[in-house]
Design a protein around this ligand. Sequence first.
Ligand code: ADP
Ligand code: MG
Length: 466
Amino acid sequence: MARDGGAVVDILAAAAAAVLLCCFLRPATAMMVDTIRYGPPRGPYRLGAVPPVDLGNTNSCVAGYGGADGESTPMFRLCIPTSVAFTDDGATLVGEAAKNHPAAISGFKRLLGTRFDSPDVRSAAEHLPYKIVDWCTRTHIEVNAGGAAARSMYPSDVASIVIAELKARAEAHLGGEVHNAVVTVPYYFSDGPREAAMNAAAMAGLMTARITGEPPAAAVSHGLHRNKLRDGGNVLVLHVGGGTSDTTVLTYDNAVFEAIASYHDLHLGGDDFDGKLADHFTQLIKHRHGIDIAGDDLAVAKLKAQCERAKKTLTAAGHDTAQVNLHSQLANGVNVSFSGSLTRPQFEELNHDLFQRVISLVEKAMAETKRVPGFDMIDAIVLVGGSTRIPRIRELVKNYFDGKETATATSISSGAVAMAVVVEPDEAVVHGGGLLSHPMEDGYLCMGAGGRRQIGSPMDRCYHEF
Ligand code: ADP
Ligand code: MG
């Protein structure tokens, strides 16, 4: 009996030691954030010295002012695929070079700073093509490279590789080093993911000068703060990206955009639309040629890439049909040679349910606004993310708002009412982040710094005065 009790005590002591060791092995997240928060002020402020960094699940962007021909040049914006691959020969690939690699890891923004047992991570585990594991209650990504035993990394470690590449590209463009950044994050990022995003930037050599929300940045990118909105006016920001979608309703008051309703779906976006098309063509290939490509990862990836291309073709005006071709040798030696076509109505039909899920995010956010005292109508709609280019999604949003709850039924374009600047939907966030980092334009780095009027949101945090 006594010996059994002793064994239990030994086991408990060993478990406690393991937990302690485990937690000591964690990168010094808290320490790093303290340095960011309380580190010495940097400055003086120089235009272009603090580029915005928009880390996405599918694509990540950086922007800035200045460059070889001086600070008067317009803002540049650069985006790369959010892909990292660790190859068998020990190389690390990033961006375009990694995107089509069989070992590519992407879509990890949604894992930043998460607990492994959270419902979002449980559902991510079912969708992601790579393995995620529990590391001292936090989510880790398992990486296999060079035939070595699998190791695992924090999502922020992988994200830092993408941010380092953005930093290098911005520096090449600017012809000088940058050490600080404005980091944009979704509204639904709580403290953990925010700190993980800042850590990723810090590991890439960028201290976070300001962290700001993606929806307000998108609203700013369309100039909605420049006397375009009445005080108390409301903006609906709909983001449909590659892997995630979200809707946020912002109320504008005296230069501040405050979120009053928000809904998100971490597994809804362009990748899913491509997946539906790939399933359709996989069935068609089976039916026509009697070949099942479903188990062949390489062939499925090729087919998905073709489907993405066809989807983009159908977005362009004047294109009602797109081609999907697959000429490939499967791993089992069988040759597939397939050519098919996809019409726009077919594309819309195959994705009908997914498009309805996008609209239901809008419906839920709008239902939430009904509980906000004084809310009357939406004044402007801002569409963000590459997938909002899809005509059917625009049409569904327009139908939803037509004649009700909007100031103008014509407020849907690639941005909002009467835009001064045409901003591509996938660059809206980084463009807004750039404006927020430009003291002469619309903002400067810290809310209230220097006692000047500051565009931003109550969720913004600043870590250095400039
Ligand atoms: P993120 O979620 O990383 O912010 P993006 O906003 O860059 O992603 O959106 C990427 C998605 O947008 C991809 O699924 C891509 O296929 C899709 N996309 C880009 N351009 C178009 C287009 N012209 N038509 C349809 N979808 C597009
Ligand atoms: Mg994006």
